[in-house]
Design a protein around this ligand. Sequence first.
Ligand code: SF4
Ligand code: SF4
Length: 311
Amino acid sequence: MKNKIIELAKANGADIVGFAPSSRFKADNPIFKIMPETKTVIGLAFRVLRGIYRGIEEGSTYYQYTTMAVENMEETIMPMAQLRVAMMLEEEGFTALPQRRHQQIMAEENSTNPEVAYDAVYRNKTAETQIDFLDTAIQCGLGEKGLHNALLTDAFGPMVRYCFILTDAEIEESDVVTPHLCDKCGACIKGCPGKAIDENGNVDAWQCAVYYNGANGTKNPFMPPEAFADFDNRLDIIAGEAKVTPQTARKILDKIYFYPPAQHAYQCSICGRACDTACYMHLEEKGVLTKQFKTPFRKREEWKFSLEDFK
Ligand code: SF4
Ligand code: SF4
């Protein structure tokens, strides 16, 4: 059964498949509210194409990352693999319940998801039935937790997305990965164009939302010189130095109309998950990633516009 699941998941695009017995989760874990009979959680991780980050790295095209690395992965590729594996389990007489991130549902009261429009987020109504995705991925043995709360994998570093299937089938467990990739180098923190990650690796979701959407003008080729004209601290915002609150973040996000959004409420990423690419480049330089490329990710010096352009 285990090998059949791995084979089917990989044939449908998954790159890493792991299995956590329900005994790895505390009794109050949402998985037992969602499906009390859960015996195994199956984790599926999918690589995000490294080449998809290149448009943002070069400052040329931006929508490929959001459409192909976020939207199509979350809405098409990953659910298809989940459904195929779940159907196979049900064919064998077991129950299978796919768990994918619903990008517009947040367990927390006053938080947001940078990947979607803040006013499309549904908050705190379903907290008891939202699983902790990162922790569940770790329990399934898909990878380890990086400082900035990204899942780090041996092959692809943080360039992955992941989802799960709950099932009442008992399946041989995978080992939990002993952390060995994150060396607390801080490159993820420095890589963020909006100072959204504190020194302990905590990501401020609203700060992230503002700069994920492109409020840093020195890294946004689409921002006009007069951007944020109504804001007293416009140059701080554009420099990536403004400290936002949930209220001020909403006001700034309302003024970011420089690039079109994708479907399903997905916002176009202008930062291109710079925290993840910084981490990826660090792991690549150290030579610890098992998936090797013929050339390094960064080909030339990082580009940046001058703040003077906005004065
Ligand atoms: S950039 Fe460095 S500190 Fe951040 S997650 Fe990667 S390895 Fe860890
Ligand atoms: S680099 Fe982008 S995704 Fe990462 S924390 Fe900063 S704004 Fe958020």
